[in-house]
Every structure is written in C-alpha cells, then in structure tokens.
Design a binder for this molecule. Structure first.
Ligand code: RFL
Ligand code: PHB
Length: 389
C-alpha cells in the first residue's frame, strides 16, 4: 500500500491531523493498535481552549461542540475551605469550553468515516523504517498477516507509551522528566455537577477537583498517594474524602451516586526533544506529557497538529523545502510554556507531605496573593485559556 502521510495512532492527535490533511487533498492512513470502542472508552480531558475549538471547527467537527459544549468564563479556586472566583473573561476576553475528549474523538471518527479515508484498527507491531531516507515505510501486522505502507512522512501520534518516540535513537533524544509523588483518583458519576464552574481545591489532606461533562454527568478527582489502588476506594470512601477537601458550602450541596468509571492516573511532566527525526514527526503525548492540573494535554496535542499541518501544507502546496524543519522548534516553544504552567498549577495546588507545614503555608500564601492580585489572576487566566498560536 502507498499513502502520502502514514499516521501511527488514532487518538485525538492522529484523527485531527488526518482530517485536516484530507481537507487539503493529502492522502493519509491511520494505524491504531486498539479497537474504536477501546479508544472511545477512555475518560480523559474535559476542558478545551478556544484555539482547540477553532481547530476542531476548521476540521469540520465543530457542530456538536457548539451546541453541546459548555462555555466557562471562569473557575473557582479553593484553599483550605475558603474559595474565590477567577474570571477568565474579565482578564483575557476569552473562555474555555467543557466538552469531553470522548466526544471530540467520536466526532473525529464520524468525520473520517464520511471521508472514507483509511483507519486500520488492531494494527500490531507497527514500526517505522528508513525515516532518514526519502523513502520511509511502516510495517505492521493485521490478523496475523505482515503488511507494509510506503509513504512520504511518518507521524507518531501514538501517545506516551507508543513506539514512534522509541524508534528515534536514544543518542539523538533529550528527555526531561519530573515524576510527582502522587496520582489522581477520578470518578465519573451520573449526577448533576456540584457547581456550574470547576472547583480546584488545595487542602492539607490533598488536592481535589470538581469537574463535569454535562448537566447530569460529573467528573471528580482526589489526589492520592502512589501506593493506593482503585480497589481500595469504595464509592463511599471517595465521596467522603472529596467532601472533606472542598469548601463546606459545596460539600453540603454535593449530590453523590454510584460511580460509572473509577481510575487512577499518575502525574508526570515529560518532554522529549526534538520532535522530528528525518521524515518522522512526533505529535501530542508521543512527545510530551503534562500533569492534568492545568488541563493542557489535549490542547497541546492540538497546537502540535496546528504547527505540523501548516508545515505539511507548505511542503505539499508551496514546495517549501524548509517548512518541516521548523516544526519541532515552534511546537516545543509552546509545549515548554504549557509545561511550566501545568507544573506550577500542580505545585501550588497539591499536598506535598515532604514539604511539611512550611510548604502548605507557602501554598496558602500564594493562593491568598492570587485572590488579591489582579496581575497574578491575569497571568493564571492567560495561561489557562491557552497561549496564542
Ligand atoms: P492518545 O490519546 O494517548 O492517543 C494515542 C493513540 O495511539 C495508539 N497507540 C498505537 N497505535 C498503533 N501502534 C502503537 N504502537 C500504538 N501505541 C499507542 C493508542 O491506542 C491511542 O489510541 O494521545 P494523543 O492523541 O496525543 O492525545 C493526547 C491526549 O489524549 C492527552 O493529552 C489528554 O487526555 C490529557 N488530559 C487532559 N488534557 C486536556 O487538554 N484537558 C484536560 O482536562 C485533560 N484532563 C488528561 C486529563 C489526561 C488524563 N489522564 C488519564 C492521563 C485528565 C486525565 C485524568
Ligand atoms: C476533567 O474534567 O477531566 C478535567 C478538568 C480540568 C482539569 C483536568 C481534568 O484540569
């Protein structure tokens, strides 16, 4: 088989890139290891920047997002029982949209179905070859049979555990990492959200987040030590812990119910540089991971797609031989800024037992400063709604 661009990974990055390239008459094949149901079953991101919404609209998948997404002009921040509102709109004239990653992915799958472009699920042993030559190709197994796709470019959209990054020789990669000593236990429940805006809560017992998907679907998280297992957390224990960490007024109003999904996510900051090796390009989680506290992961994947689409269009439509060479530098500049913000949100809002009482007091002072300082609020708002691209 031959295609122009072979995309490894059919998550949001791969699907969005495929859609934008299709619109420019550039042929793609997507190779996805899992089934479509598996990809759609993952509960992940919930907060989209305006730039992300713009990209989804440009890709022709903005209709449901427009009617079913919830516009949030601000968020609540709580510190040890006291809460205040951070007004994104007042500080930046921008908002974020609450619309689940599951829905984004579903919309992108449906759009790809309509174009008839190829997406091969259950592709095993996917491997890029000869990416430093002008004739790269990708091999994979499907139903026990070996296959090969010849292409112009290989794009690694295969997430943090994918093979694309690993196929770059380790001597050419520079990796930067911070692993946080805790995780997030997340619960999805068919209950009305406790608040119409998100609540990010700092508390000596640990961080908590109240989020949502729609009027009758709530998403809550509590910080837990890495030693905890999901099975140790009954629904009752989860609700009890959440109530202790959020302001009393919210705890009193919280409507609890059976969890329909419960999972533990480890928190890490990770960046691998560069995002290009010859004709192989990395996009999204394949190249970088942020802790979810700033809601940046999916949004960064989309800004990578933006930079790469522009470069591929310049290559194919204008014959610009250098366009693709600037991709890594441009994408990484934004990735590092969002990583800094995600690290800062994580450091300010979580409980670090090893930092002791001093660490907790410093966080409380930082949040009190944030409450009182329009300059500090503006800096947070500007990053939360998304830096421009
Ligand atoms: P994905 O979504 O991991 O998709 C990669 C795809 O590649 C496939 N794959 C392979 N296919 C073929 N061959 C192989 N060898 C393969 N290896 C892997 C996988 O099956 C998969 O389908 O990466 P992508 O597309 O770059 O998208 C990134 C986002 O999924 C991620 O950044 C966000 O979910 C992060 N994130 C959040 N981001 C936000 O912007 N806002 C949020 O509010 C937000 N909340 C979150 C989050 C992530 C979380 N977790 C669980 C890590 C909340 C949580 C709890
Ligand atoms: C979510 O709704 O899953 C969510 C919202 C905000 C975050 C992280 C996750 O910062």
């Amino acid at each position: 088989m031959r295609t122009q661009v072979c995309i490894i990974g059919g998550g949001p990055s791969g699907l969005l890139l495929g859609q934008l390239l299709h619109q420019a008459n550039i042929d793609t094949v997507i190779l996805e290891r899992q089934s479509r149901e598996h990809v759609l079953g993952r509960i992940r991101a919930g907060v989209l920047e305006e730039g992300t919404c713009r990209m989804l609209e440009r890709a022709g998948v903005g209709d449901r997002l427009k009617t079913e997404g919830f516009i949030h002009d601000g968020t609540m921040i709580a510190s040890n029982g006291h809460q205040f509102r951070l007004d994104f709109k007042a500080h930046t004239q921008k908002h974020v949209t609450v619309y689940g990653q599951t829905e984004v992915t579903r919309d992108l799958y449906e759009a790809r179905d309509q174009t008839g472009a190829k997406i091969l699920h259950h592709a095993q042993d996917v491997l890029p070859h000869d990416v430093t030559l002008n004739t790269p190709y990708v091999t994979y197994k499907l139903k026990g049979q070996n296959h090969r796709i010849d292409c112009d470019f290989v794009i690694g959209c295969d997430g943090f555990h994918g093979i694309s990054r690993q196929s770059i020789p380790s001597t050419l990669r520079k990796e930067f990492e911070r692993i946080y000593p805790f995780g997030w236990l997340g619960v999805l429940s068919e209950t009305p959200p406790v608040s119409h805006e998100l609540i990010y809560a700092n508390h000596p017992r640990g961080f908590a987040l109240c989020s949502m998907r729609n009027e009758n679907l709530s998403r809550y998280y509590v910080q837990t030590p890495l030693s905890e297992r999901v099975d140790d957390w009954s629904d009752a224990r989860f609700w009890d812990e959440l109530k202790r960490r959020i302001p009393e007024a919210a705890a009193d109003q919280l409507i609890t119910g059976p969890s329909i999904e419960k999972s533990l996510a480890r928190l890490r900051s990770f960046i691998s540089e560069p995002m290009q090796w010859g004709r192989l390009f990395l996009v999204g989680d394949a190249s970088h991971i942020v802790p979810p506290t700033g809601a940046k992961g999916l949004n960064l994947a989309v800004s990578d797609v933006h930079y790469l689409t522009e470069a591929l269009l310049q290559h194919y439509q204008e014959g610009d031989p250098n366009a693709l060479e600037t991709y890594s530098k441009k994408a990484l500049a934004r990735v590092w800024k969002a990583s800094r913000f995600s690290w800062w949100m994580t450091s300010t809002l979580h409980h670090f037992p090893e930092h002791g009482g001093f660490g907790q007091k410093i966080q409380e002072a930082e949040l009190a400063y944030l409450e009182q300082s329009p300059a500090a609020q503006k800096a947070l708002a500007e990053n939360y709604v998304g830096l421009p691209y």
